[in-house]
Design a protein around this ligand. Structure first.
Ligand code: NAD
Length: 477
């Protein structure tokens, strides 16, 4: 006998989602016709609220995974406030209609691009930077004049509940609304004909989102993840490289979409790199990171077990733990860990690590490294530590990645003038600054006819004379 289970909470939430969606649909032209000043006023309200609630944000993230308050400032608050500042400064120019030139064949007309809002949009965000990766896209969506529904992650419940409370305080639900919940809630939302979906999360879930979007031909921005490689060549400053990589790898406990996932160092520098890397691991987090408050935790026990199983699998296949390798299930604690001799078929190398483990390989010929990188999915980021331009350009020209830092990692995220996002498996579409504004806009091409043009001479019925004119048009215009 089959029974259909009806979840009354979800049924109630589905009704609520549909009610808000309808309100937002009704309000979309009102929002879409708002001036730059009106949108800037909304961004100012958001900016003020983020600063006012800075202590609450820190408290929420400490409860969620013991994230240090200074790291919250750097990686959650600052990216949002800098996105708001940049958008406020540039919005008038982004919103203005852009004239484009007119080909001779269309003489008598003028053309321009108008950025109009997509309409009612959905933002689905992950847990690893819950504030940054929810409010960042929200800034772009508001700037572009949309009504916005947000589904933050269920994995960081304190951060999600906080955002709901704060956004309800400053926005009407027909302009910005937060719907809390997990996969079921997301699935319900994805049934609706949104005009755009901005999703940040895993590539496997990105495919589910894109499939659902296809049903309504909804456009998508997919900010996904993957394995971001790092290369340290024979000309690199090893001490600087080790310091920056140790910072980029263990920030947020390695739960960063653009963290260096695995590393290739030139054979001649391997020993020096490992020594310098250990020095910075200990400088940043002491010899026992479990006692250092700067070091966050894995978000929950499920993810703790996932990362631990990757390490166990690699060790069983012959990997060597060079540093770290301590675990505490009670605290979801995994020490900053450096590993060598990791088999390429271990899950540490077949999956995105998303935790504080760095596998290190050595190389003598850079082309074998390029081959290895190109045999995998296109990464979200690729990092190069080198002081030789020839090497840098050779690597960039022969690989593909969403973004790249040279002699640095992860900080390209903070430059609002750079497009941020992946390529294919690591993402579709870009975010931040003007790219974020465009992601939530339709660039409408508008042509205005002022005086009759030559095209009118070419209208039916066709004859030999008109054919000659058409031939001339193809030849000369
Ligand atoms: P996730 O894909 O598991 O979850 C993201 C969101 O999707 C959550 O809100 C979740 O509730 C929802 N979701 C989960 N399963 C779903 C389903 N079956 N149907 C509909 N919605 C569903 O990702 P996560 O674990 O929160 O974050 C980690 C992943 O995100 C990593 O792969 C990381 O690289 C990636 N990421 C990418 C970026 C970027 O900017 N490109 C930033 C942060 C994280």
């Amino acid at each position: 006998m089959s029974t259909t289970l009806i979840n009354p909470v979800l049924t109630q939430q589905t009704k609520e989602i549909k009610r808000i969606f309808k309100l937002q649909l009704e309000n979309q032209y009102n929002l879409g016709n708002s001036s730059a000043s009106e949108r800037i006023a909304k961004l100012k309200k958001l900016h003020k609220a983020v600063l006012k609630y800075r202590p609450e944000i820190k408290e929420a993230l400490f409860k969620d995974y013991r994230k240090h308050p200074s790291e919250v400032d750097l990686s959650e608050i600052y990216p949002v406030t800098s996105e708001i500042k940049h958008t406020k400064k540039m919005l008038r120019s982004w919103m203005s209609n852009r004239s484009v030139s007119t080909p001779l064949a269309l003489m008598g007309s003028s053309s321009e691009i108008r950025y109009e809002p997509k309409g009612v949009v959905l933002i689905i965000s992950p847990w690893n930077f819950p504030i940054n990766l929810t409010l960042g896209p929200l800034v772009s969506a508001i700037a572009a004049g949309n009504a916005v529904m947000i589904k933050p992650s269920e994995m960081t419940p304190n951060a999600s509940a906080f955002m709901k409370k704060m956004l309800e305080e400053i926005f009407e639900e027909n302009e910005v609304a937060v719907v809390e919940g997990g996969v079921e809630t997301s699935t319900e939302l994805l049934k609706l004909p949104f005009n755009h979906i901005f999703f940040t999360g895993a590539p496997s879930i990105g495919k589910i989102v894109m499939r659902a979007a296809a049903e309504h031909l909804t456009s998508v921005t997919l900010e996904l993840g993957g394995k971001s490689p790092t290369i340290v060549d024979e000309t690199a400053n090893i001490d600087t490289a080790a310091k920056r990589i140790a910072w980029g790898k263990y920030l947020n406990n390695g739960q960063v979409c653009i963290a260096p996932d695995y590393l290739f160092v030139h054979e001649s520098k391997k020993e020096a790199f490992i020594k310098a890397f250990k020095k910075y691991m200990h400088k940043f987090y002491t010899e026992d990171a479990s006692k250092e408050s700067s070091y966050a935790r894995i978000v929950n026990n499920r993810h703790y077990k996932r990362v631990k199983s990757y390490v166990d699998d690699a060790v069983a296949k012959g990997a060597k733990i060079e540093a770290g390798g301590n675990f505490d299930s009670q605290q979801d604690y995994i020490a900053p860990t450096l590993m060598t001799n990791v088999s390429k078929d271990s899950s540490l190398m077949t999956e995105e690590i998303f935790g504080p483990i760095l596998p290190v390989y050595s190389f003598t010929n850079i082309d074998t490294v390029i081959q290895e990188i190109n045999s995998r999915e296109k990464p979200l980021a690729l990092y190069i530590y080198s002081n030789r331009n020839k090497n840098i350009n050779h690597i960039i020209n022969n690989t593909r990645a969403g973004g790249t830092c040279i002699n640095q990692n992860a900080v390209h995220f903070f430059n609002t003038n750079l497009p941020f996002g992946g390529s294919n498996n690591s993402g579709i579409g870009k975010a931040h600054g003007f790219e974020g504004f465009k992601a939530f806009s339709n660039n409408r091409g508008v042509l205005k006819q002022h005086i009759p043009n030559a095209l009118e001479l070419l209208m039916p019925p066709y004859n030999n004379f008109k054919q000659k004119l058409i031939d001339l048009t193809i030849k000369w215009f």
